[in-house]
Design a binder for this molecule. Structure first.
Ligand code: SF4
Ligand code: SF4
Length: 687
C-alpha cells in the first residue's frame, strides 16, 4: 500500500537523501497559475472548504506518545500508506532543507503529498462550464485535505505536526517536492516525471522522524522516456503497470470512472417498493440514535460516542466531518444564473463536478416524500422541501479492505474516510448550486434529513442485497458510503438498474454466514415498511458494531461479499458472466469461496492496531479481530431468528427517555412478516 499507484520506486535517485536536487540553482519560480473562471464556474464554491482545511492545519498534540514502531522506515511506510488510503496520487518524505522554510518551525521531517489534475475534462464537454478554471484549485484542495488530516493523525500519535497548503504554508512546497523526489527540474521548471506540471501539492512537517526519500538523479531524455515506456506500461520490475492509470484518461469526466452506462436500466427498482405503505420515521428511531438515548441499555450510551472513532486515524477524519456540518446549508444567491434551466445539462454538470471532486458514482433521482425522515434529531418535523436528490457513492478502498477482516481496527476509519470525502464533495456542489440561485443542502452521516437507501436505489446506483439495508453496486459491491444533496435545481432523474442481484443473492448466503453476530437473514425476502427486502436483525448488528472490543465498528459483510471487487478486467469478466448467464451465479459464488476471496491479504495491512481512549493512543486492550472465512457457520441458519422492529414499535420523535426494546415481540413480527409474493398478489401486481 505504501508504494502507491505510480512506480516511484523505479526512478533513479541520488545516493544522499540530504543532497541538493540537481540543477537547484537554475530553478525558476513557478508563477501561480490562475486560469480564468467562467460565469458558471464552481471555483468560488471551493473557498469555504479551502479555508476550513487551512484553519485545521495546526492543533493540540496528544498528551502521550503512542506505542507504535518508531523506526523511521516503518513510520514513512505508515504515513505514505495513510495518504494513499486518502487517494493521494504520489507521496514522498524528506528532511526539511533549511532553504525550504518561509517561517521556521521546530520540525525536521516532512511528508509531501501530490494530487494530479483530473483527466477527461475538455473545454466543450458536458459540465465544462462548471469546471472551468478549477483544475489547480481542485488539486490544491484535495492535497490540503490529505495534509490537514495527516497532520491531525500525527498529532494524535503524540508528535507535533503542521499541514502546509497552497494557501497557507510555512514552507516552499515545490522545494520539498524536489527534495523528496516527487519532482525534478527541467529547464528550470519544477515538473513531475509523469504529470509535467499538472498537479497540486501540500505537505506535513513534523517532529516525528521518517526515513527520507532521496531527490531524483539527473535523467537524460532516454531515461525520461523509460519512465513512461513499455517496461513501466506493463509493470515489468515494478509494482503496478501504468496501463491501469491510463485507462480512464479518455473517458469524459461526467461519466465517472466506472461504466455504469453499460448496466441495464429498468423503470422500477428490482425490489417491490410501495410508497403508500411506507411510514416516514423519525431520526430518534434509528438504532444508533436509540443507543444514544439508552434504549439498548446504559452500557451502549458511551459506546455510541466512540465506536467508529476510537482510532487515531478515524479521529482525524471525524474532526473534518464535524467542521463541515455548519456548511451543509446556507444562503442562496438572489438571482438564478442564466443558462441553468436545462435539466439535462444541469445533470451532466452536477455529475461532472461530483466526479471531478473525487466521487466514485453519482446518480440523480426524485427526492420522494417517503425518503425523508419525519422528524430531525431534535424532534422537529422535517418538511420535504426539495424535489431532486443527487446521490454520491464513495468507495471505502479495495486495497485496505483486502488487508482487513472487516471488523478490526481500520473498519471505523474506512467508514469515516468515505463520509469525510462525501461531506466535502456534496458540500461544495451544494454551495455551488446555491451560488447559482437554487436552494441546495447536503445530507451527510453527521446530519441528514433523508434516508439514503431508497435514494441510492432510485438513482440507479445499485440493487437491494441480502445484507439487508444496503444497496449493492455492480462495480464496488457493498464497499461504499453515500452522501446525498437535495435541491430545487431542475435535474433529470436516472433510472434504477438491474444486474441480476436478486437472483445472485438468492443463490449466495456468504454475508449471512460470515456476519459475526448472525444479523443477516439466510431466509427469503419479506415486506418491511413498504419495501421488499432481506430484512436484517438491526438490533444484533447495531449491538455488534457498537460493542466490538477487538476492532472499531464492523463491515465484515462488505469485506466478504463476492461483489467486493476492484474494477479489474478479470472481475469485470465475471460480472458480465453473472449478468448474462443466470445459471452461472451459484457457481460464481462457490468459486469466490474456493479461491479464498474474503480472507485477509497480509501484504495489504498497512495500519497499526491502535486504540484512541480518553485523549491518548494505546495498544488495544482486548486484542484484534483477524477472522478468516468460516464455512462451518452455515449451521446457524437453522436456528436463526430475525427481530423485526416495525414502525409502530418506534419511540416517539421527541421522547428522550430510554424506550426499552421488546425483542420477543419483534421476533414474532419477523415470523409473521408478509412475503413479497403475497404483497404483489394483494396489489394485483405482476413480478
Ligand atoms: Fe453483520 Fe457486521 Fe454486516 Fe452488521 S455490519 S450485518 S454485524 S457483518
Ligand atoms: Fe448477496 Fe452474496 Fe453479497 Fe450477500 S455476500 S450481498 S448474498 S452476493
Amino acid at each position: 500500500m505504501h508504494l502507491g499507484p505510480y512506480p516511484l520506486e523505479r526512478l533513479r535517485r541520488l545516493s544522499d537523501a540530504s543532497a541538493d536536487p540537481p540543477g537547484l540553482k537554475l530553478r525558476r519560480p513557478t508563477p501561480t497559475p490562475r486560469a480564468a473562471a467562467s460565469r458558471l464556474s464552481a471555483v468560488s464554491a471551493y473557498g469555504p472548504y479551502v479555508d476550513m482545511f487551512d484553519s485545521l492545519r495546526n492543533g493540540e498534540v496528544a498528551g502521550e506518545v503512542a506505542p507504535f514502531p518508531k523506526d523511521p522506515q516503518s513510520v514513512a511506510n505508515n504515513l505514505k500508506a495513510s495518504v494513499y488510503f486518502l487517494d493521494a496520487d504520489m507521496a514522498g518524505t524528506c528532511l526539511v532543507p533549511t532553504d525550504a522554510w518561509r517561517h521556521r518551525l521546530e520540525h525536521h521531517h516532512a511528508l509531501v503529498v501530490l494530487i494530479r489534475f483530473k483527466t477527461g475534462v475538455t473545454p466543450d464537454g458536458p459540465g465544462a462550464a462548471w469546471l472551468e478554471g478549477a483544475q489547480q484549485m481542485n488539486a490544491d484542495l484535495r492535497a490540503a485535505e490529505v495534509a490537514a488530516i495527516t497532520a491531525a493523525y500525527v498529532r494524535y500519535l503524540g508528535f507535533a505536526a503542521t499541514a502546509h497548503t497552497a494557501t497557507a504554508s510555512d514552507v516552499d512546497l515545490e522545494r520539498l517536492a524536489l527534495q523528496c523526489g516527487l519532482a525534478e527540474l527541467q529547464g528550470g521548471r519544477v515538473v513531475n516525471p509523469w504529470l509535467d506540471d499538472q498537479f497540486g501539492l501540500a505537505a506535513v512537517t513534523t517532529t516525528l522522524a521518517v526515513a527520507p526519500d532521496a531527490p531524483l538523479a539527473r535523467r537524460g531524455i532516454r531515461r525520461r522516456r523509460a519512465t513512461r515506456g513499455a517496461r513501466a506500461f506493463f509493470g515489468l520490475g515494478g509494482i503496478r503497470p501504468t496501463w491501469s492509470l491510463l485507462g480512464r484518461s479518455k473517458r469524459p469526466v461526467h461519466l465517472g470512472p466506472y461504466p455504469m452506462e453499460k448496466i441495464k436500466r429498468v423503470k422500477e427498482p428490482t425490489t417491490l417498493v410501495i410508497p403508500d405503505e411506507i411510514a416516514r420515521v423519525p431520526q430518534r428511531a434509528s438504532f444508533f440514535d436509540r443507543a444514544l438515548h439508552g434504549d439498548l441499555g446504559t452500557s451502549f450510551v458511551e459506546k455510541r460516542h466512540t465506536f467508529a472513532y476510537k482510532t487515531p486515524q478515524a479521529q482525524s477524519y471525524v474532526k473534518m466531518i464535524r467542521a463541515m456540518v455548519p456548511m451543509q446549508d446556507g444562503p442562496v444567491a438572489r438571482q438564478i444564473a442564466r443558462d441553468t434551466d436545462d435539466p439535462d445539462a444541469n445533470s451532466d454538470a452536477v455529475k461532472a463536478l461530483g466526479y471531478f471532486l473525487g466521487g466514485d458514482m453519482v446518480g440523480i433521482c426524485r427526492a420522494d416524500e417517503y425518503a425523508w425522515y419525519s422528524h430531525d434529531k431534535d424532534g422537529k418535523p422535517i418538511n420535504p422541501d426539495h424535489a431532486n436528490a443527487v446521490v454520491i457513492l464513495l468507495d471505502q478502498g479495495y486495497e485496505t479492505m483486502e488487508g482487513a477482516s472487516g471488523d478490526d481496527w481500520i473498519s471505523g476509519a474506512q467508514s469515516m474516510r468515505a463520509y469525510m470525502r462525501g461531506a466535502e464533495i456534496a458540500g461544495i456542489i451544494s454551495q455551488h448550486i446555491r451560488n447559482l440561485g437554487y436552494s441546495a443542502r447536503s445530507h451527510t452521516n453527521a446530519k441528514s434529513q433523508v434516508l439514503h437507501i431508497p435514494l441510492i436505489l432510485n438513482a440507479g446506483l445499485g440493487e437491494l442485497s441480502r445484507i439487508g439495508e444496503l444497496v449493492l453496486n455492480p462495480f464496488v459491491g457493498p464497499r461504499f458510503k453515500s452522501v446525498v444533496l437535495t435541491t430545487d435545481m431542475p435535474l433529470t432523474a436516472d433510472k434504477p438498474i438491474d444486474f441480476g442481484l436478486q437472483d445472485f443473492c438468492a443463490k449466495c448466503t456468504k454475508c449471512a454466514r460470515e456476519c459475526p453476530c448472525g444479523a443477516i437473514s439466510f431466509a427469503g425476502k419479506v415486506m418491511f415498511n413498504g419495501y421488499e427486502m432481506w430484512k436484517p436483525d438491526v438490533e444484533k448488528c447495531a449491538k455488534y458494531r457498537l460493542g466490538n472490543l477487538k476492532g472499531s465498528a464492523c463491515g465484515r459483510c462488505m469485506k466478504t461479499c463476492p461483489f467486493n471487487a476492484e474494477g479489474l478486467m478479470s472481475e469485470r469478466f465475471w460480472l458480465g458472466v453473472s449478468m448474462r448467464f443466470p445459471f452461472m451465479r451459484r457457481k460464481i459464488a462457490e468459486w469466490d469461496d474456493l479461491i479464498g476471496n474474503g480472507s485477509i491479504n497480509p501484504v495489504k495491512k498497512w495500519w497499526w492496531d491502535l486504540e484512541w481512549i480518553h485523549g491518548r493512543t494505546v495498544l488495544p486492550t482486548k486484542g484484534t479481530n483477524a477472522r478468516t472465512l468460516d464455512f462451518g457457520r452455515m449451521r446457524i441458519a437453522d436456528t436463526q431468528k430475525i427481530a423485526l422492529y416495525t414502525p409502530d414499535m418506534n419511540p416517539a420523535p421527541d421522547n428522550w427517555q430510554p424506550v426499552k426494546l421488546n425483542r420477543e415481540l419483534a421476533i414474532r413480527q419477523g415470523a409473521k412478516a408478509e412475503s413479497p409474493e403475497a404483497a404483489r398478489l394483494r396489489l394485483g401486481r405482476r413480478r
